[in-house]
Ligand binder design. Sequence first.
Ligand code: ZN
Length: 196
Amino acid sequence: MEAGGADAIHVDVMDGRFVPNLHGGPEWVKAARRATKLPLDVHLMIAEPDRYIAAFAEAGADIIGIHVEVSDALQRSLAEIRRLGKKSCAVLNPHTSEEVLRYVLGDLDQILLMTVNPGFSGQGFLSSVVPKIRRVRKLVEDAGLSIDIEVDGGISVENAKIVASEGASVLVAGSSVFGERDRAEAIQRLREAARS
Ligand code: ZN
């Protein structure tokens, strides 16, 4: 991925509770840290994320994303991520309103909008999330802040332009890159589609 031109590595961590699958963990992130110099964008799809923020920070995550649906004290958790010297990210499922973000904007480096329900790769992009990307961009702009808006799930050359033009600045690609024979070319095509 590094040789193919990726800007960062997005790591999905799944606990078998918040989502049905199991994947990742601090040891996995530690191994990824040894394998690449690219930023590691760690997406925690886990219940009780507060219990593990420090472990993932120590393992080498650069960005730590927690789901607002399972955060009891979102502001505190995001501030804790920053206190550990990492970039903070709040993650919203497709059905979750962006309203919650208003109260934590000052503690955010990145907002991740799920464009599929979390838990499995290879799902279809939910176009119903597109207006939310636009609303979140307005929220961030109105506050005069610089916060990355990331989209994750079903991103492909077909929808990269749409999400980018609505305000997404970070595009996560799974199947649309790993499913291609020439992954460097797939990354290039996605980037070109997003910038077109
Ligand atoms: Zn993810």
